[in-house]
Design a protein around this ligand. Structure first.
Ligand SMILES: C[S@@+](CC[C@H](N)C(=O)[O-])C[C@H]1O[C@@H](n2cnc3c(N)ncnc32)[C@H](O)[C@@H]1O
Length: 270
């Protein structure tokens, strides 16, 4: 099986400039909003002690390292398809003395380079949006989970399965990233078809709608100088336009960041 998406065969979308810019906004090693607190919300109630964790679409490593430092897992494996983020994550793990408990694996957008039933928990933060084939994706995440394993993720969804509105098309064009957005209904159906039980989706639109508003204000105010120093005025101006376009579809609810949960049955098929 293959999946269309970004991969090492393409120019990176999250290149050095993108990493520097997003770190000014979201913190060292974080390429998605909310920082450690939002990661903790995704993982709320799960006991990760002694467990093996896959961080799918790990980016620059901030999330994987936070999980390793906070939850006492046996091992965290960060997986991503872009080399600059993997290089950044590996260097951060060495700097923080965590290389024995966290490793970062670079792959392509095809079959995941992991054995069946390798992980107790699959985590992902705002990366699945880059894989348009959700049915393939959840099939792979199910395959690499142990029976009884848990999926806990956050992702950027669209509220419906119809044609995106003009505002949504404008926002996606402004991002310029390979987004393959799908609705909560499609995610839940794909999870269930893969074999997950107790699949659930919880919208985080209300939180991110207000958080993004303050991110835009800070980009234009208190963070402006640091962002411009990191990536230049033009890059910041482009992102102010992107955030402005994003705010419209957050305010209408069409863009709905969402938390997802599912379980692989303990005694079911592999
Ligand atoms: C918005 S960033 C989030 C990174 C990280 N999870 C975080 O929260 O900081 C999305 C990540 O998904 C990765 N990605 C894109 N396509 C992917 C694929 N097919 N498989 C795995 N990761 C992918 C990108 O390279 C990028 O690092």
């Amino acid at each position: 099986m293959t999946a269309a998406g970004s991969g090492l065969e393409h120019e990176p979308e999250y290149d050095e400039a993108a990493i520097r810019f997003l770190e000014v906004l979201w913190g060292e090693g974080f390429l998605s909003p909310g920082g450690p607190a939002e990661v903790d919300r995704v993982l709320a109630g799960l006991d990760l002690a002694g467990k093996t964790i896959l961080d799918f679409g790990c980016g620059a490593g901030g999330v994987s390292l936070h999980i390793a430092k906070t939850y006492d897992p046996a091992e965290v494996v960060g997986y991503d398809v872009e080399q600059p983020v993997i290089d950044h994550a590996r260097a951060a793990a060495v700097r923080e003395g965590l290389s024995s408990r966290v490793r970062f694996v670079a792959g392509s957008s095809g079959r995941l380079p992991f054995d069946d039933a390798e992980f107790d928990v699959v985590f992902s933060k705002d990366a699945m949006v880059h894989v348009p084939d959700k049915e393939w994706l959840f099939g792979e995440l199910y395959r690499v989970l142990k029976p009884g394993g848990r999926l806990a993720a956050s992702d950027w969804l669209i509220s419906h399965d119809g044609e995106p509105s003009q505002d949504m098309r404008d926002y996606i064009a402004a991002e310029g990233l390979s987004f393959g957005m799908a609705s909560p209904q499609r995610y839940l159906a794909a999870m269930t078809a893969a074999g997950f039980v107790d699949a659930s989706a919880e919208s985080r639109n209300a939180w991110y709608r207000e958080t993004a508003r303050s991110e835009l204000q800070r980009l234009q105010g208190s963070l402006h100088a640091a962002a411009a120093e990191a990536v230049g005025e033009e890059y910041v101006a482009k992102n102010v336009r992107t955030w402005t376009a994003m705010q419209k579809v957050l305010d209408t609810g069409e863009h709905c960041p969402t938390h997802l949960r599912g379980s692989k049955p303990a005694g079911g098929p592999p």
